[in-house]
Design a binder for this molecule. Sequence first.
Ligand SMILES: C[S@@+](CC[C@H](N)C(=O)[O-])C[C@H]1O[C@@H](n2cnc3c(N)ncnc32)[C@H](O)[C@@H]1O
Length: 214
Amino acid sequence: MRPLREIRGLKYPDEFIVRHFFKRGLSQRTGRVLELGSGTGNNLSLYGIWDWDCTGVDYDEDALADARFNLGDAPTFVQADLSQSLPALEGPFHAVIVPNLLCYLTAAQARACLGALKAHLAPGCEIFVRTRLVDDYRYGRGEEEEPDGFRLDTPETGEAGLFNLFYTEAALVGLLRSTLGLTDETVLTCRFDNVQAGQLVPNNSDVIVWGAAA
Ligand SMILES: C[S@@+](CC[C@H](N)C(=O)[O-])C[C@H]1O[C@@H](n2cnc3c(N)ncnc32)[C@H](O)[C@@H]1O
């Protein structure tokens, strides 16, 4: 891994990825971890430091190039559009993390993607998902294309023209139970204000769900 000051893109893992990793004892063992929507590799860097075998999937060529620059040759990075299908993957995985991705998929795409993922999970696979709640700032800001799903009109968040789907805690837990066989889940919420493009973006609202696959 590169020295921190040379890292491209986000420098640190998501704070809840860190909490999940240590609270669930993932620093005490190793295995294969898969991140969907892995960006520039900031979350996988944590697993890599603790000797996990890392695989990331993203559709953004530039983000993948930065991830390879940041993390080197050891991880596997796959370019794929998860709204279309899950790519071929070398599982089984002992941890699957899906932070800040599901909001960009329609309900049908999310169900298909997670449904296909089930076959790649080792028994007891750790599952982590973070996504936006229905009381997030962005909800309703744009054209509604499906229930709780909007084509965003929010240049201030850098997401104008992107589709966003918002979940309730119950809807997300139900989805993860039915597609991945999630059991024994922990559900947390995170509400915060942010500054983006020099503008205050209040009332960001996320749900974090973690647990184990049956
Ligand atoms: C908000 S970033 C999150 C990055 C990282 N997971 C994190 O938590 O810091 C969302 C990532 O998902 C990727 N992404 C969005 N839609 C996608 C799709 N349909 N297929 C694959 N990757 C997608 C983006 O390219 C981006 O890297």
